[in-house]
Design a protein. Structure first.
Length: 361
């Protein structure tokens, strides 16, 4: 009898989607640096970089539906959760440890004396178990003050729970209805807040729910309705289209309409194009590596961004210096993420697979 991991390997793999995931992760890292260096998003060349999270959610809906729709019942709830925990949670733990270290040993501003052992321990535990705990004012009351991007992992888990208990069972008609309702909620959020950047902090908690609600369902729709568009754009062509979403001019006046258009229509279209594009052999290794490193990069970069924030606020460096620091830091973080993946994440996942997923023949 094949185990669950072996079955996954027998399915077609969408390498270009892997490549796009890595590109989006790098865009997020650059955006996080730039929003600290240039607080006015309208002057930030990648002011819409936070929309990469919505693209991640859409990709996730497509991939989960593709991997599990036909066999979720056979896999079962327990096995499904084991598979998702093995895939996602080692890096949640690694990111939490990094966040704790930078919280205590930030060379520019140490917050540990302010919050003490008790609250710091609670911050760490809440980060490990993805329990929102927005108490650090100096970090803008992020839901997860040690590793800010964990807010999206919290909603990713919620989406996975809904998937295995409900979403895989419902037909196309009801999935479409749910997606239309979610689209209405997302548009309401955009009009209420003027953009779709929320979800990371206590005051915008439910904005994150609206973002994952729509995009995860939209990704499922692309798969369920087989909206895979065969094309010859290749990895470069689809990558350029994705970058346009992050690089489009930021307008405080029109974001309430442009960002919903990107998330509601453009990102599902990109998933449809990316899954149907032809990949040339010269980009196969790049897309594979890009996909592999995307999640480690996303979950390990932000503890160092907290240090960058305190560096900028305390020393106020010139932009000429930041133009050197930021690209070098992005490269170093990519290398660091690769090392974390090779020496920590993959060994941990392999250990958990051997321990949790053994199936007798």
């Amino acid at each position: 009898m094949q185990n669950d991991n072996t079955l996954l390997k027998t399915k077609k793999h969408f390498e270009i989607l892997d490549g796009l995931r890595g590109l989006a992760a790098i865009a997020v890292v650059i955006f996080h640096f730039m929003e600290i260096a240039i607080t006015d998003y309208s002057k930030n060349f990648i002011g819409h970089g936070y929309l990469a999270v919505d693209f991640f959610f859409c990709l996730s809906g497509f991939v989960i539906a593709y991997a599990y729709d036909a066999r979720a019942k056979d896999v079962g709830i327990t096995q499904f959760f084991k598979l998702r925990l093995i895939r996602l949670h080692p890096l949640v733990i690694i990111g939490s440890v990094l966040g704790l270290l930078t919280f205590i040993f930030d060379p520019f501003v140490s917050l540990y004396p302010v919050y003490g052992f008790g609250k710091t321990a609670l911050l760490f535990l809440s980060s490990l178990f993805l329990i929102p705990y927005p108490i650090v004012e100096e970090r803008f009351f992020n839901l997860f003050n040690l590793n800010a991007p964990s807010w999206s992992l919290f909603w990713e888990y919620i989406a996975n729970i809904f998937y295995i208990f409900l979403l895989y069972k419902i037909g196309k008609k009801y999935l479409l209805i749910l997606t239309l309702i979610a689209a209405g909620l997302l548009f309401y959020v955009a009009t209420k807040t003027t953009n779709l950047s929320g979800g990371w902090g206590g005051t915008t908690f439910w904005d994150g729910g609206a973002r994952v609600f729509y995009s995860f369902l939209a990704g499922m729709l692309v798969y369920r309705f087989n909206w895979i568009i065969k094309n010859k754009l290749g990895f470069i062509g689809v990558s350029i289209l994705l970058l346009l979403a992050f690089l489009m001019p930021y307008s405080n006046e029109y974001n309430w309409i442009t960002e919903p258009i990107i998330v509601l229509i453009y990102f599902p279209l990109l998933v449809a194009l990316g899954s149907g594009a032809t990949l040339t052999s010269s980009f196969e290794k790049l897309c594979k590596l890009s996909g592999e490193i995307s999640y480690p990069l996303y979950m390990t970069h932000y503890p160092f961004l907290w240090i960058f924030l305190t560096y900028v606020t305390t020393t106020k460096p010139d932009m000429s210096l930041l133009k050197l620091i930021i690209p070098v830091s992005v490269i170093l973080l990519v290398v660091f993420a690769y090392l974390v993946m090779v020496f920590l994440d993959i060994p941990l996942r392999n250990y958990l697979k051997n321990k949790w997923l053994k199936v007798k023949s």
